[in-house]
Design a protein around this ligand. Sequence first.
Ligand SMILES: Cc1ncc(COP(=O)(O)O)c(C=O)c1O
Length: 372
Amino acid sequence: MDTTIKIPWAKPDIGKEEFDEIKNSFENNWFTLGPKVKLFEKQMANYCNAPYSAAVSNGTVALDIALKTIGISPGDEIIVPAMTYFSTASSVSYQNAVPVFVDIDKESYNLDHSKIVQSITNKTKAIMFIDYGGNASDQSNIFEIAKKYNLTVVQDGAQSLGGTYHGKPMGANAEISTMSFHLAKNLTCIEGGMVFTHNKNFFKQIMMRRNQGEVNNRKYEHLALGTNARMTDLQAGIGLAQFKKLPKFLKERKRVAKIYDELFKESKLDIKVPKTKHSDTTNAYFFYPILLNGRNNIAQALRSKYGIDTRIAYPMPVYDQHLYKSGQAKCRHTACPVAEEVTKKILNLPIFPSMDEKSIKTVVNAIKSEIK
Ligand SMILES: Cc1ncc(COP(=O)(O)O)c(C=O)c1O
């Protein structure tokens, strides 16, 4: 633990309830792919309105399984947002397929649907979208394009949990979607992930692929290329305890975001705060991203002078990451002026359920002092 940090950027709420679930697994003597995994899958599927769900070990492996399940082959192209977490794109490269980076929207920082069509070729097989920081993508436009060009949509819903889009829960909106329960996420299993699908045949494959391609009830018979992506009952138990607290977590995140919004409005600083694009859409506030000039120096000063930790998510468009820039993995991209600009200015401020008003004011005042 870094003792110089007074206000962390994220602070998971893990305590007695989670510990009791783990203790219960020891008492029941069931540690992996057991009753807690099944119950966690059921609760998450209900919450996200998906008929099928499979718990896995993390969000990255969930993406790998999703892409194998929809049949991505070497050389296929997949449209991905130019600004996202690395594994949205690297999961494509793992299939020896080609991520095609498309610019992001000015308001939500998600895939800009109006720029997708110009990137489609006869090799394009799928469109992947995320909901950056819990803020909804323009899903209906993306689904419309996919339908017209006969493409599969994959939702990388790692950051989506708890948000709503046109009144519907976010995270399992595509035919196949994935989620992450990493430590900092709105709901954590410490590490963990899930694949959701609305397609029964996909579900059978996902269940095989998460367990070495093995057929259910036929031990050591392997029908497909799978891996060890099994979630333990210890992780699922933590997830179950977290699930009970999720409404409170989301309410508190909203509260923190609202206070930031008001303080920044009053401050009249030249700072852009997050905006939801549609009126019947709610932001899950996994991140509270602001755009500001002089971002790098300010982030550094916040940490060294005030003990405030932030996240620069993400510091460059993914095509500028070494893997792609060096040619180790293939990619394509069109001009992405918005992603270029946003990655220079974006800073994700501390946000977590137990963050009090005093800490929020400390963050805003520190930014004020550093800007002047
Ligand atoms: C958009 C996105 N995709 C994928 C992942 C990968 O999830 P995990 O860290 O559980 O492997 C993350 C995690 O931060 C993410 O934010």
